[in-house]
Design a protein around this ligand. Structure first.
Ligand SMILES: *Cc1c(COP(=O)(O)O)cnc(C)c1O
Length: 401
């Protein structure tokens, strides 16, 4: 017999490690920008699996590619070549203009690899050149090294000792970064657009200033594009929008449209710091994940696709700004670009209630950093769907004004 949602909540509570504050719906299937729960209720999904389902749910070519690949070869280890992996690497190298790609299974793994190769590269110059500088309010993952890189002290509590050599600066403050850097700096690692920390975009010129400082101290510049990359900003890589060319880029979330994958890309020069045996992965970049990534990589970089993100994103941002003008006591700021948008609440106690009220009305949204409503929908959303979410927000925000 089919279980009810109450039975599933109880089963989960009994067995699943309770690290997520979950919303009380049980999702069953999706199509485009919509998902349905097990009771047949429909929701407009403006979270997109946390910036993952870039092509929406049940996207035909992705379903087809994954099914076809599953019927041929799901996994074979990285001891052998596969065409899906060779194609995915070639496409990422072509799109970035960098030299080499490596695949893992998640964002955290991509960043682990980036930190590791940056340290290894710097070590060849000076064994004490190991400092990694990241930003306050950043988010880089949940493994021990990437949570150390994450400039949010509450994530560091109780799990030490943490790896040494990480320092933090305020995002968008190039003077503070200049004061922190030296010949001992191995790398500066920044999200091109800060996502989890509250949707902060770089000020004009900031990333170029960071690039110049990295050149001055022969440090590597790592852009974490795990959330902002894969077309979300309206450019394939968000740094193309803001300038400042990286030595290493990390990707994950949207890269395979929902199949787990992560990647770091780097220059041929930096890539030579790793020799056979220095790094590896069992699952990373297996043919199933890469077959899915190839659908994303053949779709999202198309000019008309990126233009759609830009156009719908600007339309949505205008709607959010109008809501801010209508409810100035509730919304204090609207930020972001493309389809990574944030609306900051005046009262951090209302975040979860607003998200729940939207859910009741059939829209999935998110609140991050305690008080920033974050919108990272599938990149295929339409203006009509933006109107639908904006209308729901209008009704909900009125209750909190
Ligand atoms: C989500 C995220 C990560 C971590 O990715 P996981 O796949 O959860 O390990 C790292 N950096 C950024 C910017 C992210 O948004």
């Amino acid at each position: 017999m089919k279980e009810t949602d109450q039975e599933i909540f109880a089963e989960d509570r009994e067995n699943y490690l309770p690290v997520f504050n979950r919303y009380r719906i049980v999702l069953d299937h999706g199509d485009g920008a919509y998902v349905w729960d097990i009771n047949g209720r429909k929701y407009l999904d403006f979270l997109g699996g946390i910036a993952v389902n870039v092509l929406g749910h049940h996207y035909g070519p992705l379903v087809h590619a994954v099914s076809e690949q599953a019927g041929k070869l799901i996994h074979c280890s990285n001891l052998y070549y596969t065409q899906p992996q060779a194609d995915a690497a070639a496409q990422l190298v072509r799109l970035s203009g960098l030299g080499k790609a490596f695949f893992g299974n998640s964002g955290a793994e991509a960043n682990e690899g980036a930190i590791k190769i940056a340290r290894k590269y710097a070590h060849q110059i000076d064994p004490d050149k190991s400092q990694i500088i990241t930003a306050w309010d950043s988010f880089h993952g949940r493994t021990i090294a990437t949570l150390t890189a994450t400039g949010q002290p509450h994530y560091h509590e109780g799990v030490g000792p943490l790896p040494a050599g990480f320092d933090y600066v305020h995002y968008n403050d190039a003077a503070e970064l200049a004061a922190m850097m030296s010949d001992k700096t191995a790398a500066v690692m920044l999200e091109t657009i800060q996502g989890e920390g509250g949707v902060y975009t770089p000020d004009p010129g900031y990333l170029q200033q960071v690039r110049a400082l990295c050149d001055k101290y022969h440090a590597l510049l790592i852009f974490d594009e795990i959330q902002a990359g894969i077309g979300r900003s309206g450019k394939f890589f968000a740094y193309e929008k803001y300038g400042g060319k990286p030595d290493i880029v990390t990707l994950a979330k949207g890269l395979a449209g929902g199949v787990p994958i992560g990647a770091f890309l780097t220059t041929d020069e930096v890539a030579r710091a790793f020799r056979p045996g220095d790094h590896g992965t069992t699952f990373g970049g297996n043919p199933l994940a890469c077959a899915a990534a190839n659908v994303v990589l053949n779709t999202v970089p198309k000019p008309e696709f990126l233009q759609h993100v830009e156009t719908v994103g600007a339309y949505f941002k205008g709607k959010l700004e109008a809501l801010k003008d209508k409810y100035p006591s509730v919304l204090v700021d609207v930020r972001g670009t493309g389809l990574i948008l944030g609306a900051e609440l005046s009262n951090s106690e209302h975040g979860r209630d607003i998200v729940n009220a939207c859910l009741d009305k059939g829209a999935i949204i998110n609140c991050t950093a305690g008080k920033v409503l974050r919108f990272i929908p599938p990149l295929i959303v339409t203006k009509e769907q933006v109107d639908e979410v904006a209308d729901i927000l209008d009704t909900v925000l009125a209750e909190f004004a």
